[in-house]
Ligand binder design. Structure first.
Ligand code: ZN
Length: 331
């Protein structure tokens, strides 16, 4: 039997993280009182990502691409619609005539495993970490597109079929509880979904674990990293960006700007509205964080013009509430 489980998993989930190109200055607006309001929501001018940032082209008609990873992994699909039944069926038929019998849940989120049902007539093993099981069971209305897994593990699980081995491991909550590391031994490919840069830190739950996961990947002996969004594979630069963002956010809240001066106009305009003051505090701190991050990453990483500020705004709370870097709000 060929390694259908891994094929299925990668087919369903192999969209890699971020892109790289030129960050865009000038997103931040300040009103006359000097309070930042973040990016202009009506922004229509974004930079064209470089070819390197976009990664290998995806056939616009087929809307997926197959490629070999190493000399063992049969093939990889990169799709623009990971839950598209026809795409997945066609892609798998392109590499094997054997039935798909295993599905590994990388996590519970529908944008990655919403196609889990597609081969449910032949799949006998739906494999997941226990937190993913709980997440799937916890959905108010059970989603038939994401069948309840029947093989559950806590910390480690090894899937061996034919000459292929997948090592699954759980290192604690990061993007969401149950988000696992999937390591394909033969091709030295590692997959951890939803790291790197995307919208609002990829909507991640636990930022310290999420940051740490980037380092946990680097501790593996791997050639290829698959992150789950967009077209190219992940690089160390994605980890460096995440670390920069955290560091600059920490600096911003830890005395990076004059809070009294920055919030003075809001206090005067809306006396007693502490919510408005704190909202502006977070905005000013996020502005400072992304300004410094952009300075360092300019020309190296795409997506900062689209989501750089939102990433900073999401990150800005982590040094405060997770690491106790409270700056002027220290108790
Ligand atoms: Zn997710």
């Amino acid at each position: 039997m060929l390694f259908h489980r891994s094929t299925t998993t990668f087919l369903a989930l192999a969209l890699t993280i971020t892109s790289s190109a030129h960050p865009h200055h000038g997103d931040q607006r300040r009103d006359l009182a000097g309070v930042c309001h973040g990016p202009d929501s009506n922004e229509t001018h974004f930079l064209a990502p470089s070819a390197e940032a976009l990664g290998p082209a995806i056939d616009s008609k087929m809307r997926y691409r197959m490629e070999h990873i190493g000399n063992v992994m049969p093939a990889l699909l990169q799709s623009t619609a990971p839950n598209d039944r026809l795409q997945l069926q066609a892609a798998i038929k392109g590499v094997t005539d054997q039935p798909v019998m295993h599905f590994v849940y990388s996590q519970a989120h529908s944008d990655h495993v919403g196609g889990a049902y597609i081969f449910n007539e032949t799949i006998t093993h739906y494999i997941a970490q226990v937190e993913t099981l709980l997440n799937l069971e916890g959905i108010p209305t059970l989603d038939p597109a994401r069948p309840i897994p029947n093989i559950i593990f806590q910390e480690e699980y090894k899937v061996c079929v034919g000459n292929q081995t997948l090592e699954l491991s759980y290192k604690g909550p990061n993007h969401e509880p149950g988000n696992i590391f999937i390591y394909a031994l033969g091709s030295k490919t590692i997959m951890v979904v939803d790291l790197g840069t995307f919208a609002e830190l990829v909507q991640s739950d636990y930022i310290p674990g999420w940051i740490e996961a980037h380092y946990q990947i680097l501790a593996h002996d791997f050639v290829t990293y698959i992150g789950g969004h967009l077209n190219r594979y992940g690089t160390a630069q994605d980890k460096e960006y995440v670390q920069d963002l955290f560091n600059f956010c920490s600096d911003a809240v830890n005395g990076g700007f004059n809070v009294t001066q920055s919030l003075g106009p809001t206090e005067m305009a809306s006396p007693g509205n502490y919510w408005a003051e704190f909202k502006d505090y977070l905005k000013v701190a996020s502005d400072l964080c992304i300004e410094n991050t952009n300075k360092k990453r300019e020309g190296k990483l795409a997506g900062l013009d689209a989501f750089g500020w939102e990433n900073a705004y999401k990150m800005i709370e982590s040094p405060r509430i997770d690491y106790g870097v409270l700056g002027s709000f220290a108790v």
